[in-house]
Design a protein around this ligand. Structure first.
Ligand SMILES: Nc1ncnc2c1ncn2[C@@H]1O[C@H](COP(=O)(O)OP(=O)(O)OP(=O)(O)O)[C@@H](O)[C@H]1O
Ligand SMILES: [Mg+2]
Length: 328
Protein backbone atom coordinates (compact mmCIF):
# COMPACT_ATOMS: atom_id res chain seq x y z
CA UNK A 1 0.00 0.00 0.00
CA UNK A 2 1.33 3.38 -0.95
CA UNK A 3 1.27 6.08 1.66
CA UNK A 4 -0.57 9.19 0.50
CA UNK A 5 -0.69 11.30 3.62
CA UNK A 6 1.37 10.94 6.76
CA UNK A 7 0.42 12.71 9.96
CA UNK A 8 3.43 12.63 12.25
CA UNK A 9 3.36 13.63 15.94
CA UNK A 10 0.70 16.25 15.22
CA UNK A 11 -0.22 18.55 18.07
CA UNK A 12 -2.86 21.28 17.72
CA UNK A 13 -3.45 23.66 20.59
CA UNK A 14 -6.07 26.34 21.27
CA UNK A 15 -4.78 29.24 23.31
CA UNK A 16 -7.81 30.24 25.34
CA UNK A 17 -8.31 32.60 28.28
CA UNK A 18 -8.27 29.54 30.53
CA UNK A 19 -4.88 28.45 29.20
CA UNK A 20 -3.71 26.23 26.34
CA UNK A 21 -6.07 23.43 25.26
CA UNK A 22 -4.23 20.57 23.51
CA UNK A 23 -7.18 19.40 21.39
CA UNK A 24 -5.00 17.09 19.29
CA UNK A 25 -2.16 15.70 21.35
CA UNK A 26 0.71 14.18 19.40
CA UNK A 27 -1.00 11.82 16.98
CA UNK A 28 0.55 9.84 14.13
CA UNK A 29 -1.22 7.92 11.40
CA UNK A 30 -1.12 7.42 7.65
CA UNK A 31 -3.69 7.40 4.90
CA UNK A 32 -2.95 4.98 2.07
CA UNK A 33 -3.83 5.29 -1.58
CA UNK A 34 -7.39 4.28 -2.38
CA UNK A 35 -8.36 3.22 1.15
CA UNK A 36 -11.20 4.30 3.42
CA UNK A 37 -9.82 5.06 6.86
CA UNK A 38 -12.24 5.50 9.74
CA UNK A 39 -11.53 7.99 12.53
CA UNK A 40 -13.78 7.28 15.47
CA UNK A 41 -14.35 8.67 18.95
CA UNK A 42 -16.96 10.42 21.07
CA UNK A 43 -17.75 14.11 20.88
CA UNK A 44 -14.78 16.28 21.83
CA UNK A 45 -12.08 13.67 21.10
CA UNK A 46 -10.37 15.86 18.51
CA UNK A 47 -11.66 14.36 15.24
CA UNK A 48 -12.67 17.64 13.61
CA UNK A 49 -9.58 19.44 14.87
CA UNK A 50 -7.49 16.69 13.23
CA UNK A 51 -9.21 17.15 9.88
CA UNK A 52 -9.12 20.95 10.06
CA UNK A 53 -5.40 20.72 10.83
CA UNK A 54 -4.86 18.67 7.67
CA UNK A 55 -6.89 21.17 5.66
CA UNK A 56 -5.00 24.16 7.08
CA UNK A 57 -8.27 25.52 8.44
CA UNK A 58 -7.63 25.77 12.17
CA UNK A 59 -9.02 29.15 13.25
CA UNK A 60 -6.01 31.19 14.30
CA UNK A 61 -6.14 32.71 16.84
CA UNK A 62 -6.92 30.90 19.09
CA UNK A 63 -5.72 27.68 17.41
CA UNK A 64 -2.29 26.70 16.17
CA UNK A 65 -0.44 23.58 15.07
CA UNK A 66 2.15 23.51 17.81
CA UNK A 67 4.12 20.44 16.82
CA UNK A 68 4.57 17.71 14.24
CA UNK A 69 4.16 17.46 10.52
CA UNK A 70 1.58 16.56 7.89
CA UNK A 71 3.38 15.08 4.91
CA UNK A 72 1.77 15.03 1.50
CA UNK A 73 3.62 14.65 -1.82
CA UNK A 74 6.99 15.38 -0.19
CA UNK A 75 5.65 18.56 1.37
CA UNK A 76 4.94 19.35 5.00
CA UNK A 77 1.50 20.97 4.88
CA UNK A 78 2.06 22.64 8.24
CA UNK A 79 4.83 24.72 6.65
CA UNK A 80 2.88 25.97 3.62
CA UNK A 81 1.63 29.52 3.13
CA UNK A 82 -2.10 30.31 3.05
CA UNK A 83 -1.88 30.57 -0.72
CA UNK A 84 -0.14 27.22 -1.14
CA UNK A 85 -2.68 25.62 1.21
CA UNK A 86 -5.54 27.04 -0.86
CA UNK A 87 -4.06 25.32 -3.91
CA UNK A 88 -3.87 22.00 -2.01
CA UNK A 89 -7.51 22.41 -0.92
CA UNK A 90 -8.52 23.22 -4.46
CA UNK A 91 -6.75 20.37 -6.18
CA UNK A 92 -5.72 17.61 -3.81
CA UNK A 93 -7.61 17.38 -0.56
CA UNK A 94 -11.31 18.15 -0.23
CA UNK A 95 -13.49 18.07 2.84
CA UNK A 96 -17.15 17.54 3.56
CA UNK A 97 -17.87 19.55 6.68
CA UNK A 98 -19.82 18.39 9.69
CA UNK A 99 -22.60 20.96 9.19
CA UNK A 100 -23.86 20.87 5.59
CA UNK A 101 -25.92 24.01 6.00
CA UNK A 102 -22.93 26.06 7.11
CA UNK A 103 -21.01 25.16 3.98
CA UNK A 104 -23.81 25.72 1.47
CA UNK A 105 -24.77 29.33 0.92
CA UNK A 106 -28.52 29.67 1.53
CA UNK A 107 -28.74 32.66 -0.81
CA UNK A 108 -27.53 30.92 -3.95
CA UNK A 109 -29.05 28.12 -5.99
CA UNK A 110 -27.44 24.70 -6.15
CA UNK A 111 -26.59 25.38 -9.80
CA UNK A 112 -24.88 28.66 -8.90
CA UNK A 113 -22.78 27.08 -6.20
CA UNK A 114 -21.72 24.06 -8.23
CA UNK A 115 -20.84 25.98 -11.38
CA UNK A 116 -19.01 28.61 -9.33
CA UNK A 117 -16.91 25.87 -7.73
CA UNK A 118 -16.19 24.35 -11.15
CA UNK A 119 -15.25 27.71 -12.70
CA UNK A 120 -12.63 28.25 -10.00
CA UNK A 121 -10.87 25.12 -11.25
CA UNK A 122 -11.51 25.53 -14.93
CA UNK A 123 -11.31 29.22 -15.55
CA UNK A 124 -11.33 28.86 -19.32
CA UNK A 125 -14.38 26.62 -19.60
CA UNK A 126 -17.47 27.94 -21.36
CA UNK A 127 -20.79 28.17 -19.54
CA UNK A 128 -21.99 25.10 -21.42
CA UNK A 129 -18.93 23.02 -20.52
CA UNK A 130 -19.24 24.03 -16.87
CA UNK A 131 -22.90 23.11 -16.75
CA UNK A 132 -22.24 19.77 -18.40
CA UNK A 133 -19.59 18.98 -15.83
CA UNK A 134 -21.96 20.01 -13.01
CA UNK A 135 -24.67 17.71 -14.39
CA UNK A 136 -22.15 14.88 -14.69
CA UNK A 137 -21.02 15.26 -11.08
CA UNK A 138 -24.62 15.45 -9.90
CA UNK A 139 -25.31 12.13 -11.64
CA UNK A 140 -22.18 10.67 -10.10
CA UNK A 141 -23.46 11.42 -6.60
CA UNK A 142 -26.94 10.17 -7.39
CA UNK A 143 -28.74 13.49 -7.75
CA UNK A 144 -31.48 13.14 -10.33
CA UNK A 145 -33.37 15.92 -12.12
CA UNK A 146 -30.29 18.07 -12.53
CA UNK A 147 -32.20 20.71 -14.51
CA UNK A 148 -34.71 21.36 -11.73
CA UNK A 149 -32.22 21.01 -8.90
CA UNK A 150 -30.04 23.61 -10.53
CA UNK A 151 -32.64 26.25 -9.82
CA UNK A 152 -33.35 25.21 -6.26
CA UNK A 153 -31.97 26.66 -3.03
CA UNK A 154 -30.34 24.54 -0.29
CA UNK A 155 -33.34 24.82 2.05
CA UNK A 156 -35.59 23.25 -0.60
CA UNK A 157 -33.58 20.02 -0.49
CA UNK A 158 -33.89 17.12 1.93
CA UNK A 159 -30.99 16.45 4.30
CA UNK A 160 -29.82 13.50 2.21
CA UNK A 161 -29.86 15.51 -1.00
CA UNK A 162 -27.99 18.37 0.63
CA UNK A 163 -25.34 15.93 1.73
CA UNK A 164 -25.07 14.67 -1.86
CA UNK A 165 -24.63 18.26 -3.05
CA UNK A 166 -21.87 18.68 -0.47
CA UNK A 167 -20.16 15.55 -1.77
CA UNK A 168 -20.57 16.85 -5.34
CA UNK A 169 -18.94 20.16 -4.34
CA UNK A 170 -16.05 18.26 -2.79
CA UNK A 171 -15.56 16.18 -5.95
CA UNK A 172 -15.43 19.15 -8.29
CA UNK A 173 -11.65 19.39 -8.00
CA UNK A 174 -11.17 15.64 -8.48
CA UNK A 175 -9.35 15.27 -5.15
CA UNK A 176 -6.89 12.54 -4.21
CA UNK A 177 -8.12 12.69 -0.64
CA UNK A 178 -11.62 13.27 0.66
CA UNK A 179 -12.13 14.02 4.32
CA UNK A 180 -15.73 13.42 5.34
CA UNK A 181 -16.51 14.76 8.82
CA UNK A 182 -19.59 12.99 10.17
CA UNK A 183 -21.24 12.98 6.73
CA UNK A 184 -24.26 11.06 7.95
CA UNK A 185 -24.87 12.13 11.53
CA UNK A 186 -27.81 14.38 10.79
CA UNK A 187 -29.52 11.84 8.54
CA UNK A 188 -31.99 9.08 9.27
CA UNK A 189 -30.81 5.48 9.12
CA UNK A 190 -31.95 4.67 5.56
CA UNK A 191 -30.47 7.83 4.06
CA UNK A 192 -27.34 7.30 6.13
CA UNK A 193 -26.88 3.87 4.56
CA UNK A 194 -27.34 5.36 1.09
CA UNK A 195 -24.74 8.07 1.67
CA UNK A 196 -22.25 5.52 3.02
CA UNK A 197 -22.87 3.30 -0.01
CA UNK A 198 -22.25 6.32 -2.22
CA UNK A 199 -18.96 7.09 -0.46
CA UNK A 200 -17.83 3.49 -0.94
CA UNK A 201 -18.84 3.56 -4.58
CA UNK A 202 -16.99 6.82 -5.24
CA UNK A 203 -13.93 5.52 -3.45
CA UNK A 204 -13.91 2.46 -5.76
CA UNK A 205 -14.73 4.26 -8.98
CA UNK A 206 -12.54 7.33 -8.55
CA UNK A 207 -9.90 5.69 -6.35
CA UNK A 208 -10.13 8.64 -3.96
CA UNK A 209 -8.71 7.91 -0.52
CA UNK A 210 -11.31 8.72 2.12
CA UNK A 211 -10.88 9.69 5.75
CA UNK A 212 -14.29 9.04 7.27
CA UNK A 213 -14.93 10.67 10.63
CA UNK A 214 -17.69 9.32 12.81
CA UNK A 215 -18.62 8.66 16.43
CA UNK A 216 -20.20 5.35 15.40
CA UNK A 217 -18.08 2.21 15.11
CA UNK A 218 -21.04 0.61 13.32
CA UNK A 219 -20.48 3.03 10.44
CA UNK A 220 -16.78 2.12 10.45
CA UNK A 221 -17.59 -1.60 10.32
CA UNK A 222 -19.77 -1.05 7.26
CA UNK A 223 -17.44 1.22 5.38
CA UNK A 224 -13.77 1.19 6.35
CA UNK A 225 -10.76 -1.07 6.00
CA UNK A 226 -8.72 0.47 8.77
CA UNK A 227 -9.62 2.54 11.79
CA UNK A 228 -8.03 5.02 14.15
CA UNK A 229 -9.73 5.30 17.55
CA UNK A 230 -9.28 8.67 19.25
CA UNK A 231 -9.82 9.53 22.88
CA UNK A 232 -9.15 12.87 24.56
CA UNK A 233 -7.02 14.13 21.67
CA UNK A 234 -4.88 11.00 21.44
CA UNK A 235 -4.98 7.84 19.35
CA UNK A 236 -5.74 4.95 21.71
CA UNK A 237 -6.04 2.15 19.17
CA UNK A 238 -5.36 1.67 15.50
CA UNK A 239 -5.62 -1.26 13.10
CA UNK A 240 -7.60 -3.18 10.52
CA UNK A 241 -11.33 -3.06 11.17
CA UNK A 242 -11.71 -6.87 11.09
CA UNK A 243 -8.93 -7.30 13.60
CA UNK A 244 -10.19 -4.52 15.90
CA UNK A 245 -13.68 -6.02 15.99
CA UNK A 246 -12.37 -9.53 16.58
CA UNK A 247 -9.72 -8.55 19.03
CA UNK A 248 -10.27 -5.08 20.49
CA UNK A 249 -7.55 -4.17 22.99
CA UNK A 250 -8.34 -0.80 24.46
CA UNK A 251 -11.23 -0.74 26.96
CA UNK A 252 -12.48 2.40 25.18
CA UNK A 253 -12.70 0.55 21.86
CA UNK A 254 -14.50 -2.30 23.63
CA UNK A 255 -16.96 0.23 25.01
CA UNK A 256 -17.56 1.73 21.58
CA UNK A 257 -18.18 -1.72 20.11
CA UNK A 258 -20.69 -2.43 22.86
CA UNK A 259 -22.42 0.87 22.11
CA UNK A 260 -23.21 -0.01 18.49
CA UNK A 261 -26.96 -0.10 18.05
CA UNK A 262 -27.84 -3.62 17.01
CA UNK A 263 -31.15 -3.95 15.24
CA UNK A 264 -31.15 -7.73 15.51
CA UNK A 265 -31.24 -7.71 19.27
CA UNK A 266 -33.70 -5.10 20.37
CA UNK A 267 -31.98 -4.26 23.58
CA UNK A 268 -34.12 -2.25 25.91
CA UNK A 269 -31.42 0.27 26.51
CA UNK A 270 -28.35 0.85 24.45
CA UNK A 271 -25.04 0.47 26.26
CA UNK A 272 -23.26 3.74 26.95
CA UNK A 273 -19.77 4.10 28.35
CA UNK A 274 -20.24 5.69 31.77
CA UNK A 275 -18.94 9.24 32.28
CA UNK A 276 -17.78 11.63 29.62
CA UNK A 277 -14.72 12.70 27.65
CA UNK A 278 -12.43 14.89 29.79
CA UNK A 279 -11.64 18.40 28.60
CA UNK A 280 -8.38 18.33 26.64
CA UNK A 281 -5.42 18.84 28.93
CA UNK A 282 -7.41 18.28 32.13
CA UNK A 283 -5.94 14.84 32.87
CA UNK A 284 -2.41 15.70 33.96
CA UNK A 285 -1.15 12.27 34.98
CA UNK A 286 -1.93 8.73 33.97
CA UNK A 287 -4.20 7.33 31.29
CA UNK A 288 -6.87 9.80 30.23
CA UNK A 289 -9.46 7.01 30.05
CA UNK A 290 -8.70 5.64 33.55
CA UNK A 291 -11.54 7.51 35.23
CA UNK A 292 -14.11 5.73 33.04
CA UNK A 293 -12.34 2.41 32.73
CA UNK A 294 -13.63 -0.67 34.53
CA UNK A 295 -10.20 -2.33 34.27
CA UNK A 296 -8.13 0.56 35.61
CA UNK A 297 -5.54 -0.20 38.29
CA UNK A 298 -3.07 1.97 40.22
CA UNK A 299 -0.48 2.33 37.48
CA UNK A 300 -3.14 3.69 35.10
CA UNK A 301 -3.58 6.69 37.39
CA UNK A 302 0.08 7.58 37.71
CA UNK A 303 1.62 6.78 34.34
CA UNK A 304 0.45 7.33 30.79
CA UNK A 305 0.61 4.17 28.65
CA UNK A 306 2.47 4.29 25.37
CA UNK A 307 1.10 2.88 22.13
CA UNK A 308 1.94 -0.81 22.27
CA UNK A 309 2.33 -2.67 19.02
CA UNK A 310 0.43 -5.94 19.19
CA UNK A 311 0.63 -6.93 15.55
CA UNK A 312 2.24 -5.35 12.55
CA UNK A 313 -0.68 -3.03 11.97
CA UNK A 314 -2.40 -3.09 15.36
CA UNK A 315 -1.47 -0.75 18.19
CA UNK A 316 -3.22 0.08 21.48
CA UNK A 317 -2.47 2.51 24.31
CA UNK A 318 -3.25 0.34 27.34
CA UNK A 319 -1.06 -1.33 29.96
CA UNK A 320 -3.16 -4.47 29.65
CA UNK A 321 -1.85 -4.97 26.13
CA UNK A 322 1.77 -4.62 27.19
CA UNK A 323 2.12 -8.37 27.67
CA UNK A 324 0.79 -9.04 24.17
CA UNK A 325 3.54 -7.09 22.51
CA UNK A 326 5.55 -9.29 20.19
CA UNK A 327 9.27 -8.84 20.64
CA UNK A 328 11.20 -9.96 17.61
N1 LIG B 1 -12.17 27.11 18.55
C1 LIG B 1 -11.85 26.43 19.64
N2 LIG B 1 -11.43 27.04 20.77
C2 LIG B 1 -11.09 26.35 21.87
N3 LIG B 1 -11.14 25.01 21.95
C3 LIG B 1 -11.54 24.33 20.87
C4 LIG B 1 -11.93 25.00 19.65
N4 LIG B 1 -12.29 24.05 18.75
C5 LIG B 1 -12.14 22.87 19.37
N5 LIG B 1 -11.69 23.03 20.63
C6 LIG B 1 -11.40 21.96 21.62
O1 LIG B 1 -11.04 20.82 20.92
C7 LIG B 1 -11.71 19.67 21.41
C8 LIG B 1 -11.94 18.71 20.27
O2 LIG B 1 -12.88 19.25 19.38
P1 LIG B 1 -13.31 18.55 18.02
O3 LIG B 1 -14.23 19.50 17.36
O4 LIG B 1 -12.13 18.10 17.27
O5 LIG B 1 -14.12 17.29 18.56
P2 LIG B 1 -14.82 16.16 17.70
O6 LIG B 1 -14.13 14.88 18.03
O7 LIG B 1 -14.88 16.56 16.28
O8 LIG B 1 -16.27 16.13 18.35
P3 LIG B 1 -17.73 16.02 17.66
O9 LIG B 1 -18.00 14.55 17.54
O10 LIG B 1 -18.63 16.67 18.65
O11 LIG B 1 -17.69 16.73 16.35
C9 LIG B 1 -12.99 20.23 22.03
O12 LIG B 1 -13.35 19.48 23.14
C10 LIG B 1 -12.59 21.61 22.47
O13 LIG B 1 -12.14 21.56 23.80
MG1 LIG C 1 -16.37 17.09 15.01
Amino acid sequence: MKELLKVNQLETTFFTDDGPVPAVDTISFSLYEGEILGVVGESGCGKSVTSLSIMGLIPSPPGKITNGEILYKDKDLTKLSQKEMRAIRGNDIAMIFQEPMTSLNPLFTIGNQLTEAISIHHKKWSKKQTKERATEIMKLVGLPRAEELFKEYPHQLSGGMRQRVMIAMALVCDPNILIADEPTTALDVTIQAQILALMKDLNKRLNTAVMLITHDLGVVAETCERVVVMYGGKIVEQGYVNEIFKNPQHPYTKGLIQSIPDMRFKKERLYAIPGSVPKPGSVKVGCRFAERCEFAFDRCRTEEPELYQIKEAHTARCFLTEELVVHE
